[in-house]
Design a protein around this ligand. Structure first.
Ligand code: FES
Length: 369
């Protein structure tokens, strides 16, 4: 039975009926007010997922669709869409009197949550024992059916081979060109809380393959080596497509003070027929530092021949034969591995010291007793 003192006049029918769905507030209670075929109903304005504003979404038949990630709730019962009925939001009584709409702020049904299996990427980040792990990420775009020589890929492959053969590292090489993944759709621009970890797209779209990159850089690798060509003075379009999707990693620091990437070292390979190495490096250094990555001394190697160099064939020939660049790529990955080893050793020592300190303290306390 709705408490009489909890009825609130939320506005004139003539005005509220103009919109099929709107977000209103009664004090601090957020409500999604629906007007469907002239009949009003009200459900909570707070989504079960990560609290998206349901009243700012849209109607799909009888369902209110959350504007953040499309979860759906019945506009009268509050139940989730078929198959997800256990995920229900509260409903509120509504009545119409003297041309006014009245909503009772006492919910008439509770919020219930269906148990959702967490996405595999959402597991705690814990480094598994084993040798240093290096992931190489190629951001080069090319026609896979008619491949071409990529100078940045060639140096990346050399660095990865070197890490495996000379440093006994476990290695992975990811070509973004081989992955099908969506561009960032700007969930952060709706609200910082709409940009989730794992990425909203990764959670919603099982066909999106950027999970392989997230898995490698967050859960697996100690060293992240990113290679890019220079395209009109910038990194490649695939590089930007990838890093925009990595906002979800950085955003965890902003909204939850949660650093997902500990003890990771990033380094870069940048090549281009023309110029702008420093600007490309600047973006890459800045972005990966913002994720929490460490940088080795001299964190990138690069090569370009300058603005007037249009003879790409000569550039390819130069890079493919350059002992200096290959050695540079090998030295780069060695420097990064060196920093990663130091970080892991100091973390292990710190953990031992903390445990030892606690044990010594316990012994001390026991002795006093
Ligand atoms: S679907 Fe509503 S907050 Fe994600």
């Amino acid at each position: 039975m709705a408490k009489s003192e909890a009825w609130h006049d939320v506005g004139a029918i003539s005005e509220l009926a103009q919109r099929p769905l709107q977000q209103i507030a009664i004090g601090t209670t957020k409500i999604a007010l629906v007007c469907r075929d002239g009949a009003f109903s009200a459900i909570s304005g707070v989504c079960n997922h990560v609290a998206g504003p349901l009243g700012n979404g849209r109607l799909d038949g009888d369902y209110v669709v959350c504007p953040w990630h499309n979860w759906k709730f019945h506009c009268q019962t509050g139940l989730g869409e078929p198959g997800y009925e256990e995920d229900a939001v509260p409903t509120y009584p509504v009545k119409v009197e003297n041309g006014r709409v009245l909503v009772n702020s006492e919910p008439q049904s509770p919020r219930t949550r269906k148990k959702h299996d967490p996405h595999p990427l959402a597991r705690p980040v814990a480094r598994q024992d084993g040798p240093i792990r290096v992931v190489g990420i190629s951001t080069t775009v090319m026609d896979a059916a008619n491949p071409r020589y990529s100078t940045s890929d060639a140096l990346l492959e050399h660095a990865i081979e070197h890490a495996h053969a000379k440093e006994d590292a476990e290695t992975r090489l990811i070509h973004l060109n081989d992955l099908k993944f969506r561009a960032c759709e700007g969930y952060y621009s709706k609200s910082s809380h709409a940009c989730t970890w794992p990425c909203s797209i990764t959670q919603m779209d099982p066909t999106d393959e950027l999970d392989r990159v997230y898995e490698a850089i967050v859960h697996w690798a100690d060293v992240i080596l990113v290679a890019t060509p220079i395209r009109w003075g910038n990194a490649s379009s695939l590089y930007y497509k990838m890093v925009e999707r990595m906002n979800c990693i950085q955003n965890q620091i902003t909204i939850s003070n949660k650093v997902l990437m500990h003890n990771k070292v990033a380094a870069f390979i940048i090549t281009g027929g023309q110029d702008n190495v420093q600007a490309v490096a600047g973006q890459m250094l800045g972005f990966f530092a913002e994720l929490g990555c460490h940088l080795p001394p001299f964190p990138y190697i690069a090569h370009s021949r300058g603005w007037s160099a249009e003879d790409m064939e000569r550039n390819i020939e130069y890079v493919s034969k350059s002992k200096e660049l290959r050695e540079g790529a090998a030295d780069l990955v060695c420097r990064a591995i060196g920093v990663a080893k130091k970080l892991l050793t100091s973390t292990a020592t710190e953990a031992r010291t903390t445990r030892g300190g606690r044990k010594a303290h316990q012994l001390d306390v026991k002795a006093q007793i």
